[in-house]
Design a protein around this ligand. Sequence first.
Ligand SMILES: Nc1ncnc2c1ncn2[C@@H]1O[C@H](COP(=O)(O)OP(=O)(O)O)[C@@H](O)[C@H]1O
Ligand SMILES: Nc1ncnc2c1ncn2[C@H]1C[C@H](O)[C@@H](COP(=O)(O)OP(=O)(O)O)O1
Ligand SMILES: [Mg+2]
Length: 194
Amino acid sequence: MADKIKDAKIIFVVGGPGSGKGTQCEKVVAKYGYTHLSSGDLLRAEVASGSERGKTLQAIMQKGELVPLDTVLDMIKDAMIAKVDVSKGFLIDGYPREVKQGEEFEKKIGAPCLLLYIDAKGETMVKRLMKRGETSGRSDDNEETIKKRLDLYYKATEPVIAFYSSRGIVRKIDSELPVDEVFGHVAKAIDGLK
Ligand SMILES: Nc1ncnc2c1ncn2[C@@H]1O[C@H](COP(=O)(O)OP(=O)(O)O)[C@@H](O)[C@H]1O
Ligand SMILES: Nc1ncnc2c1ncn2[C@H]1C[C@H](O)[C@@H](COP(=O)(O)OP(=O)(O)O)O1
Ligand SMILES: [Mg+2]
């Protein structure tokens, strides 16, 4: 089992809050049939279950902070194991959020073949999240938490991109464009994989 996930095709999808990671991943699923695993979605499912662990997670997410690395990595690993026999590839959305998360993922699971860097301006991300907040019901889509998430993104997550750039697997995607045009560039990056 461990060998199977090590050999799986793994794509990291990294970008700021509201950059459009989830939107693009949905389109990749539709075209390529990959398995989409969003760390945020996995965490929100745990919160929705009403478990004690979920309550602790909810408090952290509402503040715009990162939940403990082991919690999120275990969730992703379990979800990958559950799908590895039927999956053509994995889109890991919202992870790694710091360099340490990338290092631990590679120790426990395997190496990514591609990192899609979904790039939008801070101002654009804030606008999109405020709009999303009108209907998302997410307790972190409010002005105060958005600001904290953005600060944390620049501080903790942007270094992830530099870390993987040296390996030549980063494809930067301009996410200021309309959704379908962004997807055109995403598809080109995926088609470039052997
Ligand atoms: N290219 C785009 N142009 C305009 N709006 C977009 C674009 N990509 C995403 N959005 C909108 O921005 C919001 C955040 O997108 P989402 O995919 O949830 O981002 P993330 O998963 O990175 O937080 C959503 O409301 C989405 O509809
Ligand atoms: N890899 C990770 N490590 C730690 N916390 C994470 C995490 N992924 C998600 N979280 C927590 C903190 C985030 O502020 C919150 C929402 O994450 P998300 O749904 O990926 O946000 P978004 O798609 O808007 O970028 O969940
Ligand atoms: Mg998302």
